[in-house]
Design a protein around this ligand. Structure first.
Ligand SMILES: Cc1cc2nc3c(=O)[nH]c(=O)nc-3n(C[C@H](O)[C@H](O)[C@H](O)COP(=O)(O)OP(=O)(O)OC[C@H]3O[C@@H](n4cnc5c(N)ncnc54)[C@H](O)[C@@H]3O)c2cc1C
Length: 492
């Protein structure tokens, strides 16, 4: 009998450089799209940890419990048949021979390469930056180094009055450190806040015990081996034991740059809307990627890139859509949420504000002149209703009521807009879950609590910005069910 030769197709090898938040999302999507049938996945991560939740790093400075941030355990990778090499930095890629080199000197080959190298904190070119006591704030090792240095410290400077600078300052205050934030601009969180909100935040931070200095440019760091003074352009000198730079990010594009891939004029690996770089076998996702001409420096769009790439590798056509800009300050005592073009002052927009100086409450909603489109918002002191605004802007900003109603509704605890959204509305942007999918999960699993809904649908398990709306959807559903059951009981 003649045997018919069966062609066994070799699995292709995907190598991913970087195992941060975008990289981990790619692993999850790799599993979701059954990519293991076509590919073997190898990950090289320079950090000594499995992927972890970078968003909540600050919360771990005080207790030092970094393991609770882990997004996966080490055995998880082998269970999922993913090879993860931790503590291995990739130092070179050679696109022509599809090879990479690790810091250990080992080389490896790939069929497809994914760059998920994130970004690093921007540190200005200042004299004596190499002194002891100079830190950045990006990963677990940075926080461990800061923590180890703290016992010798009484005073700290945070260079940068942006959102991360504020969070870092609050974390150090909890360690009984005398903290001063120095900001080059004339207000804090200048990219997100207008003058009123910025002045209010400054006051609140000062009330907590954090000193803030504006219009301050650092000239040099001084000390003998160890930092002990910071000199400013205006001649001022502040004595300090440590400084943390938190003045923006720069994409880690060094590997791609050296390999001759196309890089944006101010950095970032240029990718198309399917995450492909200028090399047909190399993709880039997350903060190292220059997608639609911009670096997306927050989690949901990084997750979306991971999803788009995994879909593409599985043969499903998806393109990157992006997310709206928003921020939520993670400081217990200060409620602050900003959305869209929140800092702009534009007379051609309708601006609605509410202010209560005594209670430190400020709300501002910006709407297009024709009253049909939400443009941006600042909520301070009481951020009730923030998830509604986020949801509206994420769904093209369309306003279905009188524009002045938008701000009035915010603090109305009974207000709900979930009914006004069509079933196809995307509610969770990290996991790409629509209203219809959430309703299906609720019905299928007889869900009665938010934790159950999170478990069964995964909604709200990423950046958590959608959690209020997810909760509202569940409550509305349960309420309707309840009313319906009571009605059926009565009619029996
Ligand atoms: C303190 C802090 C608070 C934040 N808060 C929020 C928030 O509230 N909301 C929000 O949406 N976003 C927040 N972010 C931003 C969010 O964490 C990032 O958008 C997200 O982590 C980007 O994911 P990434 O995978 O692109 O990069 P990263 O998570 O930085 O991962 C990149 C990984 O690649 C590794 N790597 C780099 N080069 C190499 C190499 N050559 N070889 C091997 N490994 C390499 C790095 O060590 C790192 O582990 C915050 C960030 C920080 C630092």
């Amino acid at each position: 009998m003649k045997r018919i030769p069966v062609e066994i197709k070799r699995k292709e090898k995907i190598v991913m450089v970087g195992n941060g938040m975008a990289g981990h999302k790619f692993c999850e999507k790799f599993i979701k799209y059954n990519l293991h049938k076509k590919y073997d996945l190898f990950i090289y991560g320079e950090e000594q940890h499995p992927a972890y939740d970078r968003i909540n790093l600050s919360s771990s400075l005080c207790d030092g419990g970094f393991d609770k941030l882990y997004l996966a355990s080490l055995p998880w990778y082998s269970e999922k048949k993913i090879t993860f090499r931790k503590g291995e930095k990739i130092t070179r890629i050679r696109p022509a021979s599809k090879e990479i080199t690790a810091s250990s000197g080992q080389t490896d080959t790939y069929d497809k390469l994914i760059l998920a190298t994130g970004s690093s904190p921007f540190v200005p070119n200042i004299e004596s930056i190499g002194l002891k006591g100079v830190f950045v704030y990006r990963n677990i090792a940075d926080l461990q180094n800061i923590k180890a240095y703290l016992p010798d410290c009484r005073r700290a400077i945070i260079a940068g009055g942006g959102i991360l600078g504020m969070e870092a300052a609050r974390a150090l205050l909890s360690e009984n450190i005398d903290v001063t934030v120095v900001e080059i601009a004339s207000r804090v969180m200048a990219r997100q806040l207008d003058e009123t909100a910025s002045a209010m935040l400054l006051r609140q931070m000062q009330d907590l015990g954090i000193n803030i200095l504006l219009n301050k440019r650092i000239k040099s760091l001084q000390g003998d081996n160890k930092l002990n003074r910071v000199l400013f352009d205006d001649g001022d000198i502040i004595e300090t034991d440590l400084i943390i730079f938190s003045a923006g990010i720069i994409p880690r594009d060094e590997l791609a740059r050296e390999a001759g891939l196309k890089i944006g004029p101010t950095g970032g690996v240029i990718v198309n809307d399917q995450t492909l770089t200028s090399d047909p076998n190399i993709y880039a996702i997350g903060e190292c990627a220059l997608m639609q001409n911009k670096i997306w420096g927050f989690a949901p769009p990084c997750y979306e890139m991971a999803d788009v790439l995994a879909a593409r590798l599985s043969g499903i056509f998806k393109v990157f859509l992006g997310d709206v800009q928003y921020s939520k300050l993670k400081i217990m005592e200060v409620e602050l949420f900003t959305l869209g073009d929140s800092a702009i002052h534009d007379d051609s927009l309708l601006t609605f504000t509410q202010i209560d100086n005594e209670r430190n409450i400020y709300r501002k909603v910006l709407i297009s002149r024709d009253g049909k489109k939400l443009v941006g918002a600042i909520l301070m002191g009481d951020i009730s209703g923030y998830a509604h605004l986020l949801q509206i802007l994420r769904n093209r900003g369309r306003i279905t009521e009188q524009p002045e109603q938008v701000i009035k509704r915010l603090h109305d605890k009974n207000a709900s807009i979930i009914d006004t959204f069509p079933d196809s509305t995307r509610i969770c942007f990290c996991e790409e879950i629509t209203k219809a999918e959430l309703l299906t999960a609720i019905k299928q699993h007889n869900v009665s609590s938010i934790s159950e809904l999170k478990k069964f649908s995964k909604a709200g398990s990423g950046c958590e910005s959608c959690i209020c709306v997810v909760e509202e959807l569940l409550n509305e559903y349960l309420l309707k069910e309840n009313v319906q059951n009571q009605f059926s009981e009565k009619s029996l």
